[in-house]
Write a protein that binds this ligand. Sequence first.
Ligand code: IMP
Ligand code: MG
Length: 177
Amino acid sequence: MFDSKITKKLISEEQIQQTVSRLGKEVTEHYTGIDQELLVVGLLRGSFIFMADLVRCIELPLCVDFMTVSSYGDGTISSGDVKIIMDLDTSIEGRDVLLVEDIVDTGKTFSKVIRMMNNRNPNSLKVCTFLNKPECRTADVTVDFCGMDIPNEFVVGYGLDFAQQYRNLPYVGVLGE
Ligand code: IMP
Ligand code: MG
């Protein structure tokens, strides 16, 4: 089995669905009444599945764009050295932007991306993450929309990888040794 090295199922498909639908409602409520369409920006590659589910739970006119940043290489420890591998296609100046991440760990990636995005003068910038590891935080980031807090364990599935594998697991699990 392709998931035989998963030692623990942390978040089931049903829990994922409930979480994403709750987040979609929160985002919809927050942005209802803005006078232009929301721009939802996903950080690739980890956010691609979450993003696809999330936008279908947001009941507002919106556009999507993606950006690839790297900080991890193939390891499991954040290097904090965030590089833009593929930039946005859209200008965010004057836009209401929602940044979407798969998981916030140390917060280094998000804090650097937030700084880079703010330099482009959006009208507003909020951040949404599917998972959050509060114990690991070293950088100062405020998460506006948070799916679930999880303990300090390396998880895979639902878009999250280990060395580019396991993104296609429909649930979130912990990878054994
Ligand atoms: P940070 O810069 O330490 O907050 O790391 C954030 C990035 O590291 C996320 O976008 C993920 O790509 C990756 N990451 C952090 N923790 C995990 C994990 O448990 N599983 C898979 N990827 C992770
Ligand atoms: Mg990522």
